[in-house]
Structure formats: structure tokens, C-alpha cells
Design a protein around this ligand. Structure first.
Ligand SMILES: Cc1cc2nc3c(=O)[nH]c(=O)nc-3n(C[C@H](O)[C@H](O)[C@H](O)COP(=O)(O)O)c2cc1C
Length: 188
């Protein structure tokens, strides 16, 4: 699939068919994540592939609802029922650091690097006919306990991975004119 087509036709999918995803497909999407760029090539990301139903349910229990939308995170059922859940973790104190010191005003860049890897993963999944949804509204400490994630690492986000059982319309995007300036801030 051509890159621009993949970017524009990917959707967040929250309903999945009861069809297994084989190890080869899981490895293919993880390979796409592996090739993401990262701060000084530090590759702080780690991924946990979850297939056990009980673990998926315990992960869904860590999700946080958006009170403007409802009582549950909209991805709750997807995390419980998709054939695979991939949890993205990060090692702290690597991205954004030189000689152990945060070198920019942003501190630890782990969120940025994990996002790049997960963007690769979601687009690769889409190109293989698989679907995903970034799920970031969660209690990372509880999710880390469920998965035995060690000290020094954090759970950043998770995504279900499976074959879609819905075809949502694209969510609207702001026009470029609302987000792009030329030469200096505010100059259109
Ligand atoms: C950082 C991040 C966190 C997100 N967290 C959640 C979440 O917790 N639950 C959920 O259902 N969707 C979540 N989403 C999905 C967004 O709602 C979705 O990407 C957005 O509405 C645009 O829709 P689209 O992905 O279909 O283009 C998240 C997306 C991002 C980038």
C-alpha cells in the first residue's frame, strides 16, 4: 500500500472479528515498529504481545474513561476481545538524554519515540488488512503490575490488533490553514 494512501485510509477500529492473527503478521507489524527513528537511536521502546484472554481483561480494567463520552473507555471491549493486544512500554532516562542528563527543555522524549514506533506499527498493520487503535487513556502503573513491567520502564499505550468488524467514516481534521504558519508564528 502506498504511504499516503495508508496514512489517509487508516481508522481507529474498536470492533474486531473473531479471526485469529498469526505470529507472522504480529512479527511483521513489530518489524515496522523496530525501524522507527529514535533519539540517538536509543530505541527505548519495548513491546509485549498479549494473547491470553485473562490478561487482556485485566489490561482493559486499567483503562480510563473519557467522562465526556461515557462510563467506559471506548476501546474497552476491543482490548478484551481482539485476538492480540500489543502493549508499548518505554525505558526511562534514555531518549532525550546525553551522558545521563536531559539535554532539552522537554525532559524525557520516551513518549515521542514510542509514538513514532506505534505509528509505524499501526500503518503497517493497516497495509496488511489488520486494524488497531492507539489506547493511551489508561493507568500505566496498574497496567505495569498486570504485565510485571520492571522498575525503570513505563507502560505508554496499547493497541488491539485484529481484523476489523466495522468501517467507520474518517474523523474530521482541521484544515492546513488552521495549523500552518509561514516564517513566523501567526503568519499565514
Ligand atoms: C495518544 C492517543 C491516545 C488515544 N487514546 C485512546 C483511548 O484511550 N481510547 C480510544 O478509544 N481511542 C484513543 N485514541 C484514538 C483517537 O480517539 C483517534 O485516533 C482519533 O479520534 C482520530 O480517529 P482516527 O484514528 O480514526 O483517525 C487515542 C489516540 C491517540 C493518538
Amino acid at each position: 500500500m502506498e504511504v499516503m494512501e495508508a496514512i489517509q485510509s487508516r481508522r481507529s477500529i474498536r470492533r474486531y472479528q473473531d479471526i485469529p492473527v498469526d505470529d507472522k503478521a504480529v512479527e511483521a507489524v513489530l518489524e515496522a515498529a523496530r525501524w522507527a527513528p529514535s533519539w540517538a537511536n536509543t530505541q527505548c521502546w519495548r513491546f509485549i504481545v498479549v494473547r491470553e484472554s485473562d490478561t487482556k481483561s485485566r489490561l482493559a480494567d486499567t483503562l480510563i474513561a473519557n467522562p465526556d463520552i461515557g462510563e467506559k473507555n471506548p476501546a474497552d471491549k476491543a482490548i478484551r476481545t481482539a485476538p492480540v493486544v500489543i502493549v508499548a512500554c518505554a525505558e526511562m532516562g534514555k531518549s532525550g538524554f546525553y551522558h545521563g542528563e536531559a539535554s532539552t527543555d522537554k525532559g524525557d522524549w520516551y513518549m515521542f519515540d514510542v509514538a513514532l514506533a506505534m505509528q509505524n506499527l499501526t500503518l503497517a498493520a493497516h497495509s496488511l488488512g489488520l486494524s488497531t487503535v492507539h489506547v493511551g487513556s489508561l493507568d500505566g502503573k496498574k497496567a505495569a503490575e498486570v504485565l510485571n513491567v520492571p522498575e525503570g520502564f513505563r507502560v505508554v499505550e496499547m493497541t488491539p490488533l485484529g481484523y476489523p468488524d466495522q468501517q467507520p467514516k474518517p474523523r474530521p481534521r482541521k484544515e492546513l490553514a488552521e495549523m500552518v504558519f509561514y516564517d513566523t508564528w501567526g503568519n499565514k
